[in-house]
Design a protein around this ligand. Sequence first.
Ligand SMILES: [Zn+2]
Length: 400
Amino acid sequence: MKPYYALARHDGNQPLFNLVEMSIVSTLAGEPLHLHAEGLRGTGKTTIMRAARELMPKITRIAGCIYNCDPEKPHCPLHQHMSREEIMALGTEEIDMPFLEISHSAKVGTVAGSIDLAKITDVNNPKAALLPGIIPQAHRGILFIDEINRLADTSPEITDILLDVMGNKPGRLQIEEAGLPTVELTVQVSVWAASNPDEDPGPLEEVRRQLSDRFDMVVYMGRPSSVDVVVKMLEGSDRARREEVDPRIYEARNREFQQRALEMAEAYKSTELPDFLRSFIARIYIKHNLESIRAIEAVQQGAVLYSILKKHKQIMINDVIEMLPLALKHRVDGDTLLKIMNGLESRSSRDSILNIKDRRISKATKEREEVYFEGGARRLKDMGRQEIIATEKALNPNDF
Ligand SMILES: [Zn+2]
């Protein structure tokens, strides 16, 4: 498998790179971010998602707990009622952040949990115990599902479990097994799914609308649109030009991201969306009669994560705009989405300070600028409204 940082990036797949990184950060901060990549075969959606495992840092759990109990807030049936001292006595261990996959042949028992046959048939000490399935074992990590549209079509029971797990943040999982009391667990997993809407049984929003709405962000994978990018990709796979890739280069970059991911997760916990951006999102919701509250919650969560990932000093209106199509594409019809996005363009004359037109500048310029501004200088449009406009509230904070 190609290393994550060796995968070719272009306009069509860049959003997915951003989203997997944002989801890792969010999961580390304890708030799942569910992603769905749609696209034709060969657009590299599953490759990017699987390769992103390399970016995941280690997590600390109570030693030996297969439910991945966080020593700070144990949740599993075994540890949830233990005192701090009892947990300290058990010790902790570092494990890879979970990345588990649900296959199409999976049964409810494998996914949720089942009776632990080894324990019940133990001749010395037979007892009825629960063997947690894939979902509880993915707690604090990622659950990956390829061809989610097909799974939703053929496995209604597993789909119902996913609806529960993704219904709230954190989610909830009920494990029912004959002969055992029903166990209810909190599960904090980000679900990453992929599908090809052009193949049977069609787009997920048509197969099971409810499940489609559970995904915070949906990205439609595009093909590279510039000749230069395709030439670069060809060069990369040309045998005569292929250089021996030193895996250590990539290992160093992975470690760097892992470290940064932990810092970004801390930053995410304490970063709030500014009020004027919250009302900006609320206005879109009201004006366009959006149905899904989840959609605008996803925009809010996404904008904060995106601005942290891109090292913006402050969350900007462009961070929100960047998230709109990803959070709305699967929830509103094409015309409405177009109207929303066009509406934003026409606002640009009024909000010239928050210049939205800038979004049209070419990516190359944008990247050059980002490097240029990395030193600490900031563009006017990157500043928050409060910093630029001195309101009465800012001048006389005591009066408010
Ligand atoms: Zn535990």
